[in-house]
Ligand binder design. Structure first.
Ligand SMILES: [Fe+2]
Ligand SMILES: [Fe+2]
Length: 287
């Protein structure tokens, strides 16, 4: 396959992602906006009852462990916080905009939610001035591997070949994809970001989570997502069963104010809660 054909197929795959619903697009515009308020979100979501229903189910799931259940968006915002409700709504909208390919949807979303939970956890523990908001890190985790779905749609049946290469050559998935197509799911992230109008920090997490030190933009969130991806693989939540754990250089820890020992202790703490991501994807209605 020549480059032109590959490009055309990838673009066709990106176009198969549905546009995000109006509410989600508005919520994205509110990401990091100092002018956004809980009332804005509640008012926006009320216009989309289906989304609101899923969001309440997710908010009431064991993932958040709320002491009592909530029955409306305002109450969810009071208990969970505005940013958390916003990321739940975005997750639900993103999952609804992605078509089902040959990937195992349940495994894919379990991986994404586990990376999201780990990214949120890591971001919340950082003691550096430029740490991102932990809910933005959560959204980065949800989005980081969407390019895999695009490649799966663009090149039907290629997963088998990707798995063969990863096994035979002991390389991570993004390397096998590159070998096969000359492009990989992370690089496709920039086209998805363009299609959905995602902010730069989410785009950087998608494009650079396998090579965070190469990111010249929002590097911190790319680094957090890279470690979160490793955490998810270490708790056996890869996208498929025998997927190798991605490797990142130890020097990735320093910009986060961490070292190997601190990373290990964060992982040990995260590992205890990792099973909660199952409750979250059940509430999302992924089967
Ligand atoms: Fe990835
Ligand atoms: Fe991943």
């Amino acid at each position: 396959m020549n480059n032109e054909t590959i490009n055309r197929l990838v673009e066709a795959g990106v176009q198969r992602l549905r546009p995000l619903p109006a509410v989600a697009a508005r919520l994205l515009a509110l990401v990091n906006s100092p002018y956004s308020s809980a009332d804005d979100v509640a008012a926006l979501m009320e216009k989309d009852p289906a989304l609101t229903g899923t969001v309440l189910k997710m908010a009431n799931s064991a993932f958040y462990g709320m002491p009592r259940s909530v029955s409306n968006v305002n109450a969810a915002i009071v208990v969970l916080g505005f940013n958390a409700v916003r990321s739940i709504a975005l997750t639900s909208a993103i999952a609804g905009a992605v078509p089902v390919g040959s990937l195992d949807a349940k495994k894919f979303w379990k991986h994404s939610v586990t990376v999201a939970a780990a990214a949120k956890f890591i971001a919340g523990k950082l003691d550096i001035v430029n740490a991102p908001d932990s809910e933005t890190a959560f959204c980065a985790g949800i989005l980081h591997d969407i390019g895999r779905i695009v490649l799966d749609i663009s090149f039907p049946g290629s997963l088998k070949e990707i798995r063969r290469i990863t096994k035979e050559k002991f390389v991570p998935t993004h390397r096998a994809e590159f070998e096969l197509f000359g492009v990989n799911h992370n690089r496709v992230g920039s086209r998805i970001a363009e299609r959905w109008g995602l902010p730069p920090e989410l785009e950087c997490a998608m494009v650079y989570h396998h090579e965070p030190l190469a990111c010249e933009g929002e590097q911190i969130i790319a680094l957090i997502t890279a470690f979160a991806d490793v955490f998810a693989h270490r708790v056996k939540c890869g996208t498929y069963d025998d997927e190798p754990v991605p490797l990142i250089p130890l020097s990735c820890a320093a910009p986060l104010g961490l070292d190997t020992e601190k990373i290990e202790s964060l992982f040990n703490e995260f590992e205890k809660t990792a099973a909660n991501s199952s409750a979250y994807i059940d509430a999302m209605g992924i089967s």
